[in-house]
Design a protein around this ligand. Structure first.
Ligand SMILES: Nc1ncnc2c1ncn2[C@@H]1O[C@H](COP(=O)(O)OP(=O)(O)OP(=O)(O)O)[C@@H](O)[C@H]1O
Length: 344
């Protein structure tokens, strides 16, 4: 049985008031200010799979997750979770699903233990007390469990959210940006817990815009872009299929400024050529199989290649090649650097 099945799912958020909707209904038109957050999404996640759901900000990840949990109703299409209809049988779905929602915040006055006990209660667990202590221990909060969560650090809050998701050994874990706010050690712990869950046979569906996070634990990933699923596969296969560029750095003897860069750019698979005159070097961005042609062209221009180095497409490049966007971290860094670089 598939753990998650989305069939031709679309979600359109309708802007404007009821009156404008009526007017539009009369016109039978989609309003230009409506937002189609998810468009015609079909996706199957098998039981026991760890599935990474990727995409830049606003790609439709949270909306999809919210539809799985029946917090948001699709405009069209059908959704089954753990064999149940996501809407008609949402009680069954929620009883078997652990959720770490995006932007989770704690109740300041409740202790960590009270938070998890609340989650255990809402799942109707028989031996709730023991289950609560077990998960608090698993996420490393046993010692802080009696403290008010208002005093928790961001990382502790995120672990608490994870404990609430894990309590009762759910069949499906849905984690929306689980590593946000975590330092590298915390992010690693999160990955370890996901790996442990996978080991127990739990299906894990988690969204992220951090490819490294996803690569470390996921069997497959799906990449969303502007509401559409643009790729679904293992990261290795995505890498093989992508047109993300490798970078070739070539050092030459002689006058690098004399290089006919246009002739290089005209080669199949070459994206860009940068001449670094000071270092007598060239940096060529190209498809993996275009490197030999680049070297041959330089030699035919009478330049002696003294050294070259290649860098394979990074996960970042891979993400960019499918989404046309940088990651959120990048965007934030760009903003803070005040660099008005516009990504194509
Ligand atoms: N309740 C809502 N009303 C109107 N528009 C919405 C609503 N929720 C989401 N959207 C829009 O739907 C699109 C997809 O948003 P969504 O939150 O699903 O993206 P996301 O991939 O989870 O992004 P992020 O990584 O920033 O969390 C965005 O354009 C967003 O503004």
């Amino acid at each position: 049985m598939a753990a998650i099945e989305l069939d031709a799912v679309t979600k359109r958020f309708e802007e404007g008031g009821r009156l404008s909707r009526l007017v539009d209904a009369a016109r039978d038109a989609e309003r230009s200010d409506d937002v189609t957050a998810v468009r015609d999404l079909s996706l199957t996640v098998e039981e026991g799979e760890v599935f990474g759901f990727l995409g830049p900000n606003g790609a439709g990840k949270s909306t999809t997750i919210n539809m799985l949990l029946d917090f948001v109703r699709p405009t069209a299409g059908t959704i089954r979770v753990l064999g149940f209809d996501a809407h008609d049988q949402s009680v069954e779905v929620r009883a078997r699903t652990g959720v770490l929602p995006e932007g989770f915040d704690v109740y300041d006055r409740l202790t960590g233990r009270e938070h998890v006990a609340f989650a255990a209660e809402s799942k109707g667990l028989d031996d709730a007390d023991a289950a609560v202590e077990t998960v608090l221990d698993r996420v490393g909060l046993a010692d802080a469990a009696g403290r008010k969560a208002g005093g928790y650090s961001k990382g502790m809050r995120q672990r608490l959210a994870l404990a609430m998701a894990l309590v009762g050994d759910p069949d499906l874990l849905v984690l929306d940006e689980p590593s946000s706010g975590l330092d590298p050690a915390g992010a690693k712990e999160m990955r370890d817990i996901v790996a442990e869950e996978a080991e127990r046979g739990t299906t894990v569906f988690f969204s992220s815009h951090i490819l490294e996070q996803v690569e470390a634990v996921c069997d497959r990933v799906g990449i969303m872009r502007e509401g559409e699923l643009v790729a679904v596969d293992t990261i290795d296969s995505l890498r093989a299929k992508s047109d993300a560029d490798s970078t070739l750095s070539v050092s030459v003897a002689g006058d690098v400024a004399a290089v006919d860069a246009d002739a290089l750019t005209a080669l199949d698979g070459v994206r860009s050529v940068a001449v670094e005159a000071e270092d007598d070097a060239l940096v060529v961005s190209c498809a993996g199989d275009a490197k030999t042609a680049v070297i041959a062209e330089l030699e035919s221009q009478g330049l002696e290649v003294t050294d070259f180095e290649t860098r394979e497409a990074s996960l970042e490049d891979l993400f960019l090649s499918y989404t046309g966007h940088g990651t959120a971290e990048d965007d934030a860094a760009d903003e803070s650097d005040d660099e008005a670089e516009v990504r194509a």
